[in-house]
Design a protein around this ligand. Structure first.
Ligand SMILES: *Cc1c(COP(=O)(O)O)cnc(C)c1O
Length: 498
């Protein structure tokens, strides 16, 4: 299977190469030349499989060159989860929650980032790539820690994580600045997430910087969801949850299911779209945005307009105005036209906006519907679901609860629906307590104990251990400071190797 770029369909590379590079040289994103198909017979067969087996099965369709070792890699990754990697909880008839936060950092990014280091190692082997890998990550809070945990002390790899100063929750910050490992660097950038992401994109495109690190034996890669190695593992849980519904008799084989996904960079919900393209019976994909509602506006009007005020919300991992992975969807909507996709992405960079045609919007509307929730609406939904079902979600998932409720009220759509839950409520404990109408104690530690009292949900053990950890990282850089930081880190890492 070949992978082509959304901005240049002429030069296909292997999946292994796409993972090693992260992004195509001309700035486009790698996509499979065609989507592999999973038949209804295969879905039935997968009913008897464990989550790692299902994941390896889906991945082998995209990355056949990685072979038998994919199963080992998936088993190793998901053994780091507390129990099942992607359990499905029933709230009501036809209403389910897919909990994707039982991994080492309590957010759904773990599903892909516990696996990505192995995918990268196997890809390098398959391609005979001998240089070491320097992973650059921009994070709105959750990706950074998940990447650090995934890559710490991984052989022939180093990782730099960049988060927006003041743009992440206390716990998210504490998780990152206490990160151990010989091959990790954590820094914050004075700006918001889009600034951090732009700094990383600019570093990848900086020929002089690339040359500097390559002379020392390093090559860049990306652990952001622009890397196809991040997306592929996310496709697996859509299949797995559908198969769980079949297995438990909640749906008949072939019956459509809706998914409602809290969205920021458009990676999670794009994986759902890919699952649909692969034959999974998906009805609607409900895209849920917070107050940074650039995506719900896009699905309504066909215009992507990032030139607007940026809000900090209680769902910081969705505080994003430039949703990188939307490029992959635009590419599909245009009939896989690289020239049009490139033109639109150039327009976005230059003017902050672009539009799709009415025909393309109609095409997208067949699958996607979208909505957004402001801070009060998300809080109300969180509190309301707790009252009704005794179930507490985090603040990101709460955005999806709100958008789902409005969608049902407006459409009366009776299709069984899975709401994708992206983080443990404990990770955003202060905002969750507020939404439940509780006062927030003056320390996160006490707040966690209080939420345990109120919700009766078990606290992950490693979360409380955080508070006694030493702060190991305090670097702060300006928006244009990444290049110098990378050079210094590459020098340090190279010195350590010797
Ligand atoms: C990253 C993240 C999101 C948004 O996911 P995208 O793939 O960027 O759309 C939502 N919720 C949480 C908790 C996250 O960490």
């Amino acid at each position: 299977m070949k992978y082509i770029s959304t901005r240049d369909t002429g030069h296909g590379v292997s999946g292994a190469r796409a993972i090693i590079q992260g992004i195509s040289p001309e700035g486009g994103l790698y996509v499979p030349e065609q989507f592999p198909f999973i038949s209804s017979g295969e879905l039935k067969m997968m009913m008897s499989q464990s989550y790692p087996e299902r994941s390896a099965y889906i991945l082998s369709k995209f990355l056949p060159e990685l072979g038998e070792q994919l199963l080992d890699a998936c088993e190793k990754a998901y053994s780091r989860f507390d129990g099942d990697a992607a359990p499905l909880v029933k709230l009501d008839d036809g209403l389910f929650i897919l909990e994707l936060w039982h991994g080492p950092t309590y957010a759904f990014k773990d599903i892909a980032l516990t696996l990505l280091p192995s995918l990268l190692t196997l890809s390098k082997k398959a391609e005979g790539e001998t240089s070491d890998t320097l992973v650059l990550v921009a994070t709105s809070g959750d990706t950074g820690k998940a990447a650090l945990e995934g890559f710490k002390d991984a052989p022939n790899t180093a990782v730099i994580t960049l988060f927006p100063t003041g743009g992440v929750s206390n716990l998210q910050k504490l998780q990152m600045v206490t990160q151990e490992g010989e091959n990790v660097l954590v820094a914050s950038v004075n700006g918001n997430f889009d600034d951090a992401q732009t700094a990383v994109k600019n570093a990848f495109a900086d020929g002089e910087l690339k040359k500097y690190i390559e002379e020392k034996g390093w090559k860049f890669s990306s652990a952001n969801s622009i890397n196809f190695g991040r997306l592929a593992p996310q496709i697996a849980y859509y299949f797995s949850s559908y198969i769980d519904l079949m297995e438990s008799g909640q749906i008949m084989a072939g019956e459509p299911v809706n998914f409602c996904v809290p969205t920021g960079n458009f990676g999670n919900i794009l994986a759902a779209y890919y699952a649909k393209e692969m034959g999974l019976p998906i009805g609607k994909l409900i895209c849920a945005s917070n107050k940074n509602n650039v995506l719900s506006d896009f699905f309504e009007k066909g215009e992507y307009d990032a030139d607007r005020e940026f809000y900090k919300t209680a769902s910081p991992s969705m505080d994003i105005l430039i949703s990188s992975n939307l490029e992959r969807l635009i590419f599909e909507a245009s009939g896989r036209d690289a020239a049009i996709t490139k033109k639109r992405m150039d327009e976005l960079k230059q003017t902050g906006s672009y539009s799709v045609t009415e025909k393309e919007l109609a095409f997208l509307s067949q699958t996607f519907t979208a909505g957004w929730a402001d801070e009060d609406e998300a809080k109300e939904a969180l509190g309301g679901f707790f009252e009704e079902y005794g179930y507490v979600t985090d603040t990101h998932t709460a955005v999806a609860l709100s958008v789902y409720s409005r969608y049902i009220a407006e459409t009366e759509d009776a299709t069984p629906t899975v709401i994708v839950s992206t983080a443990s409520p404990y990770k955003f404990v202060g905002s969750v307590l507020t939404a439940l109408g509780e006062s927030v104690p003056d320390s996160d530690k006490k707040a966690i104990a209080k939420l345990e009292d109120v919700s009766a949900m078990p606290v992950p053990e490693t979360l409380t251990a955080l508070f006694s950890k030493k702060v190991l990282h305090s670097t702060v850089i300006e928006k244009d400071g990444l290049s110098d930081l990378v050079k210094k880190f590459a020098d340090d890492m190279t010195a350590k190797k010797k």
